[in-house]
Design a protein around this ligand. Structure first.
Ligand code: DX5
Ligand code: ZN
Length: 214
């Protein structure tokens, strides 16, 4: 599987060391979690911190916007050099317009679903997106427990994608660890996001390698 360490669980007082750890690991992306205290009940970091990460990151950025009105920040995310701009379906009144605008800005468009949002909500946009992210916890915090229904949902998403000519990547975010990651690999996830499991482990590089080789 591809691996996207979530920098939300990095050591913010020593961010450069953790960026370098990810650079020198088998990780595929930097996953950056932006929270606005409105869409989710927490605030994380914004553009100044992401610019600092982007300056040293040697792998593509996967920017996960847990914010209202994400369409207002497309050019700022593009200017970071992000590969994926990830918006929540629940935060976008005009999701199709937002997805087109992300692509027109030269980025790959990703759409995220909260745990209670059914996969069918993406039925009419699956042709237009590059990645679909299923939240396996309620967004807002690292270190939460994986919601088991995510495995059923992943199966439903694969069925939806199998009927489409377009094949977006499937990413899973929240509660990924030694127990849940093998289940996700078996169920067909392409990318896992892992925050507390990676940065809370004794050897983050080895933990990334474990996930990568599932
Ligand atoms: C949650 C974020 C996640 C979070 C995952 O709202 O979207 O990316 O950092 O953290 P862990 O891996 O600790 O569940
Ligand atoms: Zn995330």
């Amino acid at each position: 599987m591809k691996v996207a360490p979530s920098m939300l669980s990095a050591d913010f007082a020593n961010l450069y060391a953790d960026i370098e750890m990810v650079n020198n690991s088998e990780a595929d992306y930097f996953h950056l979690d932006v929270m606005d205290g409105v869409f989710v009940p927490n605030i994380s970091f914004g553009f100044p911190v992401m610019q600092a990460i982007a300056k040293y990151a040697q792998k593509p950025l996967d920017v996960h916007l847990m914010i209202v009105n994400p369409q207002n920040y497309i050019s700022q995310v593009r200017d970071l050099g992000a590969e994926f701009m990830n918006v929540h379906q629940e935060a976008c009144t005009h999701l199709h317009r937002t997805v087109q605008a992300i692509r027109n800005a030269g980025m790959k468009a990703a759409v995220t679903l909260n745990p209670a949002t059914p996969v069918v909500m993406l039925e009419d946009i699956v042709e237009d997106v590059d990645m679909i992210l299923l939240m396996s916890v309620n967004p807002g915090f690292g270190g939460q427990t994986f919601i088991p229904n995510t495995i059923n949902k992943l199966q439903k998403l694969r069925e939806l994608i199998s009927k489409s000519n377009n094949k977006p990547l499937i990413e899973i975010d929240g509660g990924v660890n030694a127990e849940t990651a093998p289940l996700l690999a078996k169920a067909g996830a392409d990318i896992v996001v892992a925050g507390s499991y990676v940065f809370g482990s004794q050897d983050p590089t080895a933990t990334i390698s474990f996930l990568k080789n599932l």
